[in-house]
Design a protein around this ligand. Sequence first.
Ligand code: FAD
Ligand code: MLT
Ligand code: ZN
Length: 458
Amino acid sequence: MNTDRTLTPQFMAALCDIVGAADVVTDADQRSGYEVDWTGRFHGATPAVVRPADTAQVAAIVALCRHEGVALVAQGGNTGLVAGGVPMAGELIVSLRRMDTVGEVDASARQITVGAGATLAAVRDAAAAAGLAYAIDLGARDTATIGGNIATNAGGLNLIRYGGTRDQLVGVEAVLGTGQTISHLGGLIKDNTGYHLPSLLCGSEGTLGIITAARLRLVASHDHRVTALLAFDDVGTAVEAVSRLRERLDALESAELVLDAGVRLVCDAFDLRPPFAEAHPAYVLIEVADSHDPTDEVSTAVGGLTSMRDAAVATDQTQRALLWRYREDHTLALNTLGKPHKLDVTLPIDRLAEFIDTVPDVVHGVVPHGRTWLFGHVGDGNIHVNISGVDADDESGDDAVLAYVASLGGSISAEHGIGTAKKRWLHLSRSIEEIDAMRAIKRALDPDNILNPNALLP
Ligand code: FAD
Ligand code: MLT
Ligand code: ZN
């Protein structure tokens, strides 16, 4: 496998023949944004970024790479958080961003076909313009692409109601490592004709195929929204409150946990006023969306939470957006502290509060100078653990946290994936037999190991 960053002139000329010389980027300045991840922690290097315009060009690139034994990494918006889309071992980058077609909404089927390079925001906007909605939403919506969302099986802010990206996927088109193109975009929702290849490609992190297009399910648009930030004395009562709210609010779309330290960090970083006159240890941000005004249901459900200490409720778009900033701006605020070690784990719900209360001590025990930050999709049992103040290559805190997660029966990756950053811990969540099965699938669909060979599988 050629990952030594020196590609022959003949290979480069062949790439130019496929996509045109203007879309084979070799200039160091133009390449640089593709070579480093969103956090700035992971730097790679690539001989070139190639930017195909259509599926036939992707297929020709893969065939050429297979023939020449050149490794490649597919890249969408480069917002991934596990160094899976950056060329950590000198791979060629195939950027899908030019393939950003957003098709017509099929209102009767409630579906849409889009190019892999379409941004999540563009797909959400297209659905909204047709009076529908695309269920996935996440903070990187303006940059993350549908191809990247599928490759990582992105979760996001609405998973408790609609499921993750895999649940929205009706069909995909992709170029496999063999160079063959598979396309199943007909939109049939009942189609039991063998292995469900869209599900297999979803979450495969660019290791089995390059996704070029997708057929996506749309959902009803709920225009009446209530957002509320609820304050609690501790994490345990906050987590318990989410369970109660899930029972009482069918239209609950998001349930996100933030802690006092994180809210203070966001307020300091972006000059925001604190949400309440008095600070509280833990907060839950909820959003309820329905076809009628759900304010009364929210008031009744929230009013029944005896452990709640304060609440800020908003229906107006501007006020709702402000409440969301206390949650969504965590990622940006943490980047102001340096290059955080980002962990993204799921715990069984009944171990979640214990984990959140204990994990800062677990980190402190191995990296006393490190600081632990916790926030996330508490309704899904998914908590983001960020460690700041630690050298980029000191992974002793990561080690300790992920071992602790495994001891509680959790997963070492809830939604960000494995990439290159987490693969040495894959065995904590997957058995040898499962990893062997994944390797067998990889060999079948990418026999020469050219697609993202350094990601996912140890
Ligand atoms: P990239 O970063 O470009 O690539 C990610 C992986 O997918 C790589 O392995 C790459 O090789 C592969 N890939 C990309 N495109 C293709 C393709 N067309 N075919 C095959 N493989 C491909 N993630 C969540 O799950 N939930 C969140 O709530 C969330 N919030 C975020 C908020 C912020 C502010 C940021 C910066 C990130 C967040 N993320 C979240 C992580 C990230 O946005 C998602 O992983 C997203 O799905 C990545 O999409 P992308 O287009 O940027 O992919
Ligand atoms: C989030 O939920 O905000 C994202 O997954 C990003 C992060 O973990 O920082
Ligand atoms: Zn998240």
